[in-house]
Design a protein around this ligand. Structure first.
Ligand code: HEC
Ligand code: HEC
Length: 377
């Protein structure tokens, strides 16, 4: 790249790569968060984003000249004069390092981003019982909703913040004509100052961080469990837990796990077997004592006794209601609102109660996001 006389080399290749990894990984994890079947990608991009942020924070203390926090301009007066000059002098000269606005911008990205990653990891632990903090699920699952709200609000804030950054760059490019749009690609900025120089040790450190972040893709986005995705919920053997329940209740459909519905819903369901979704289940199908056995089992393993997300989210969303079908649960409706009604009528699914058609691990009492597959018919 030929350097022009009015340009300074501010961003070495590793810095540029890292900038774009931070930007794309955030964008991709933001986009994939809207579809649960892409959950592992959401996680993977989140991990990449997190590792790169951590790197950038360390870089801020030990990195090359223009990257360090001590060169940041954080005084309010500096911010004020930055904007006054920007408005008053279109052809102002800019310095190679961070100006007051970009100093604040970077700090806020690092701050917001760190909280997003941290709350995401905690959420993965409390809600999904998986990943680094999976053990939190047992005692702290009740914090999931609050964590989710926090995680979402901060993500929207960071998204908005990124948009403001893009507008700022476009203003630099087209109004002040400082070639800012290309600076993060070429590394050269139309500014005053000294060229950046990065030592070999720093280069090694930067490229190791890049490789480490990319490796998480492998650990997260693969079908086998790894320490970043392993869930504490194991396959359950309902036959061993209660063979009467298993045999009698799997005649017409696969076994619904007992933690799916609240205590009082199971009472209603078991007391109403005479008219069970249009089927008549009588004593000659399931004897009185078998019914009592099954009912006792269901009641002692109901949603109230579980820290599975299906259990606590169902309870949370039900309030006082105690329906006997998931299709009446607001949480269930919300989770499935984007599914076309025709899909349920398809040959492989048949109806919305056939959870097993799309959640392939549900008959074992698990419900992992990456095991969701809508059958094509
Ligand atoms: C004679 C057949 C039959 C038997 C036996 C039977 N069911 Fe059902 N069950 C149905 C039908 C039909 C539905 C409606 C959904 C469907 O078509 O799969 C249903 C639905 C359900 C649902 C609601 C699923 C949802 O959220 O939409 C639950 C829960 C359930 N059954 C539990 C049980 C339990 C517990 C037993 C054992 C005591 C049992 N069933 C035995 C036929 C049966
Ligand atoms: C036609 C396929 C299909 C059927 C049938 C179906 N689901 Fe789902 N389910 C999905 C899909 C797809 C998603 C992910 C939606 C999204 O977020 O994009 C989902 C999401 C969920 C979630 C949300 C997971 C979370 O992280 O919050 C739960 C819980 C769930 N399903 C439970 C059930 C239960 C219980 C049944 C049966 C009563 C059922 N589903 C029937 C396809 C299905």
């Amino acid at each position: 790249m030929n350097k022009r006389s009015d340009e300074v080399f501010v961003w070495p290749l590793c810095t540029r790569i890292i900038h774009w990894i931070i930007a794309t990984s955030f964008l991709l994890s933001f986009v994939t968060s809207f579809d649960r079947t892409l959950f592992e990608w959401h996680l993977a991009f989140g991990f990449i984003f997190g590792i790169m942020l951590l790197f950038r924070i360390i870089w801020g203390f030990f990195g090359p000249n223009y990257a360090t926090f001590k060169t940041f301009k954080l005084k309010y007066s500096e911010l004020q004069s930055y904007f006054i000059e920007k408005v008053q002098n279109r052809w102002r000269k800019i310095h190679a390092g961070h100006n007051a606005a970009s100093s604040w911008f970077t700090l806020i990205v690092l701050g917001l981003g760190s909280w997003i990653v941290l709350s995401g990891l905690l959420l993965q632990g409390t809600q999904e019982a998986s990943g680094l903090f999976s053990r939190l699920n047992a005692h702290y699952f009740r914090f999931s909703s609050a964590l989710l709200l926090f995680h979402e609000i901060l993500s929207y804030l960071l998204f908005t913040w990124a948009m403001i950054h893009i507008v700022g760059v476009l203003i630099e490019q087209f109004y002040h004509k400082t070639h800012m749009l290309f600076a993060m690609i070429t590394g050269y900025k139309k500014a005053e100052g000294q060229d950046a120089a990065v030592s070999i040790v720093r280069h090694l450190f930067a490229y190791s961080a890049i490789i480490l972040s990319m490796m998480t893709l492998f650990f997260v986005a693969q079908p086998q469990d790894t320490f970043l995705t392993k869930s504490l919920f194991e396959r359950r053997d309902f036959k061993a837990e209660n063979s009467t329940f298993y045999e009698k209740c799997s005649k017409c459909h696969k076994i619904y796990p007992p933690f799916m519905l609240p205590h009082d819903s199971w009472i209603r369901l078991m007391d109403g077997l005479e008219n069970h979704f249009g089927e008549q289940i009588r004593e000659n199908n399931i004897t009185q004592s078998e019914q009592m056995n099954i009912k006792a089992y269901l009641l002692s393993h109901s949603a109230e006794s579980s820290s599975h997300k299906l259990a606590f989210k169902t309870l949370e969303s039900l309030g006082e209601m105690r329906p006997i079908s998931m299709s009446k649960v607001p949480y269930w409706r919300e989770a499935h609102k984007n599914i076309d009604k025709k899909v349920y009528q398809s040959l492989h699914v048949k109806n919305a109660s056939n959870c097993f058609a799309c959640h392939e691990d549900f008959e074992y009492g698990i419900l992992e996001n990456r095991r969701i597959h809508i059958p094509r018919s």
